[in-house]
Ligand binder design. Structure first.
Ligand code: ADP
Ligand code: ASP
Ligand code: MG
Length: 451
C-alpha cells in the first residue's frame, strides 16, 4: 500500500485533476490511499469567509460563499461531461456542503463571534469539497474509488486549529477504515488537513497540514512509500520563489528534511517527517506537472552523504530577549523561563544565552504578549520584530572545510542578531534584519551552490 498526497496546485482545476487521476491510475497495482488538499486558494477563501462572518459582514460572506459554490460546481461539470449520473451526484454533494456551510456562516454572522471551534468547521470544507468531486471524477474515469472521512481516522486533542494527533488511536483506527473502503474498490480517497477529537468534534492540523495527514496515514497502514505530489521538482537547495538557480536534491535524510521543513521550507509541513520515521517509510516529493521527474527521496540517514543541502528561511520572526542578573549563578532560572513558554504553548526555534541574557526566537506573534508579561515579573524583557531567520542545513555540516567562511562571507555588511548551531550538526541558523533577507539568502545560495 502507498499513500499519495496531492496539494492545492495539484488539484487546482480540470487540467490538474485530470493529470492527478492519470498519476493515480499508474499506481493502482500498489493500492494507493489518496489524500487531497482543498483546491488551490480555497482554504484562504474559507479563512476570509470566517473573518467576514466574525465581522458580521453577511453580504461579503455570502458573496464569497457563492464564488466557492460556483467554482466547485463548474469544476464537477467540466470533469464529468459524459456521465450525467455521477456528475449530478457530485453537484448535489457540493450543493449540500455549501448549503450547510451557508447556514453555519449565517449563524456565526448573527452572533458576531467566531470561536476556534467554529473556525475549524468553516476552514475544513475545502478538503470535503475537493475530495468529493475528485472521488466522483475518479469513479467516472473507471477507477472504482472508496471515500473515507478523515474525521474518523485522524484523532487529535481539542486544540481546534492545530490539533495534536494521537498516534496510537490513529494507528488503531486507520487500517480498518481503509480496508473497509477498499472493498470492491481500486483506490481510496480522503481529506488532508481535516481531523477531529476522540469525541468527534472537528479540528484541523494547521496550515499546510495535508502533508502531515498523509504521513500519519502512511504510518498507520505501514505504507511502503509516501508520495507528496506538489508543484516543484522535489525539495530544492532553496525556495525557488525566493532564489533563482536552485537545484533539486535527489535524496536527503529524514533529519535534514525535518530541519528544512521546521526552519521554513514550505514544501513540507514541519511535522510530516515524524510519523514516517517511526516506521522508516521513505517519502518522495514529486512534481504533479512533471510526473516523470525523479523528485526527491527522503530516506534514512545511512543512505545520505554528508554535506550542505539547502538554505531555508523564515521571513517574519520575533526575538525575545530576556535579561536578569538573577540568572548568574542560579540554577532553575532556565526552567522558570521555559515553563512560561510551555504554559502558553509558544514554541521556540533558536536559543542563545550569555551570562545575564537569554535570547529566543519564535515564529508567530500568538501569545507573545502573555509570555512577555509573565517573564517581566522576574526579568527585563524586550522583543525585536521585523527580523528573519536563515538556516543552512546539511548532514554533518560541521565537517565541511570553509563552510562558515562561505556562509558568513555574504553577511560582512549586515548585522547578525543571533547565531545558533544545533548539537546534531545539521543546522546553522542566524537572525538578520528582514529588509536584507532576500539578499542574504541569494548570496549564501550563490556561495554554497552556484559554483
Ligand atoms: P502544496 O499545495 O502542494 O502543498 P506548497 O505551496 O505547500 O504546495 O509547497 C510547495 C512550495 O514550497 C513550492 O512551490 C516552493 O515555492 C516552496 N518551497 C519552499 N522551500 C522549498 C524548497 N527548499 N524546495 C522546494 N520548494 C520549496
Ligand atoms: N488546505 C490546507 C491549507 O491550505 C491544507 C493543505 O493544503 O495542506 O493550509
Ligand atoms: Mg503544502
Amino acid at each position: 500500500m502507498i499513500v499519495m498526497k496531492f496539494g492545492g496546485t495539484s488539484v487546482a482545476n480540470y487540467d490538474a485533476i485530470t493529470r492527478m487521476i492519470s498519476i493515480v491510475r499508474g499506481r493502482l497495482g500498489e493500492k494507493p490511499v489518496v489524500v487531497v488538499s482543498a483546491l488551490s486558494k480555497v482554504t484562504d477563501l474559507l479563512y476570509k469567509i470566517a473573518d467576514e462572518a466574525a465581522a458580521r459582514d453577511m453580504k461579503d460572506a455570502m458573496d464569497l460563499l457563492s464564488q466557492l459554490r460556483e467554482r466547485h460546481i463548474s469544476l464537477a461539470k467540466e470533469l464529468m461531461p459524459d456521465n450525467s449520473v455521477l456528475c449530478g451526484q457530485a453537484c448535489d454533494k457540493v450543493n449540500a456542503i455549501c448549503d450547510e456551510l451557508e447556514s453555519f456562516v449565517s449563524a456565526v454572522c448573527a452572533v458576531g463571534e467566531l470561536s476556534a471551534r467554529s473556525k475549524a468547521i468553516i476552514i475544513s470544507n475545502g478538503e470535503y469539497l475537493s475530495s468529493n468531486i475528485i472521488c466522483y471524477a475518479m469513479n467516472a474515469s473507471g477507477i472504482r474509488t472508496g471515500f473515507m472521512d478523515a474525521r474518523k481516522m485522524i484523532v487529535t486533542d481539542d486544540d481546534y486549529l492545530k490539533g495534536e494527533p494521537d498516534m496510537n488511536v490513529i494507528a488503531e483506527r486507520v487500517p480498518g477504515i481503509v480496508s473497509a473502503a477498499y472493498e470492491g474498490a481500486d483506490a481510496v480517497i480522503t481529506q488532508g488537513f481535516v481531523s477531529a477529537t476522540a469525541a468527534g468534534e472537528p479540528t484541523v492540523l494547521g496550515r499546510g497540514g495535508s502533508d502531515y495527514s498523509a504521513s500519519l496515514i502512511g504510518m498507520a497502514v505501514d505504507a511502503t512509500r509516501i508520495e507528496i505530489w506538489t508543484d516543484v521538482d522535489g525539495v530544492k537547495t532553496a525556495d525557488p520563489r525566493r532564489v533563482m538557480n536552485t537545484r533539486s536534491l535527489d535524496k536527503i535524510s529524514f533529519e535534514e528534511a525535518a530541519e528544512m521543513a521546521h526552519f521554513g521550507a514550505k514544501v513540507l509541513h514541519p511535522l510530516t517527517i515524524e510519523p514516517a520515521v517511526r516506521k522508516n517509510i521513505p517519502i518522495y516529493v514529486l512534481n504533479s506537472m512533471n510526473p516523470e521527474g525523479r523528485g526527491t527521496a527522503i530516506l534514512q540517514n545511512s543512505f545520505i552523504e554528508d554535506g550542505v543541502k539547502s538554505v531555508s528561511c523564515k521571513e517574519n520572526i520575533f526575538v525575545i530577549n530576556i535579561f536578569s542578573t538573577k540568572m548568574i549563578n542560579t540554577s532553575g532560572f532556565l526552567k522558570r523561563v521555559f515553563e512560561i513558554f510551555s504554559e502558553y504553548k509558544v514554541s521556540v526555534d533558536l536559543i542563545s544565552t550569555s551570562e545575564a541574557n537569554i535570547s529566543v526566537t519564535v515564529d508567530s506573534s500568538q501569545n507573545i504578549d502573555a509570555v512577555v508579561a509573565a517573564l517581566s515579573e522576574f526579568a527585563d524583557v524586550y522583543v525585536d520584530s521585523d527580523k528573519s531567520q536563515v538556516s543552512v542545513i546539511g548532514k554533518n555540516i560541521i565537517n565541511l572545510k570553509g563552510l562558515l567562511e562561505q556562509t558568513f562571507a555574504p553577511l560582512r555588511e549586515c548585522k547578525i542578531y543571533m547565531i545558533s548551531q544545533g548539537a546534531s550538526y545539521v543546522n546553522i541558523s542566524f537572525v538578520v534584519d528582514r529588509t536584507v533577507l532576500n539578499d542574504v539568502v541569494q548570496q549564501i545560495h550563490k556561495y554554497l551552490f552556484e559554483k
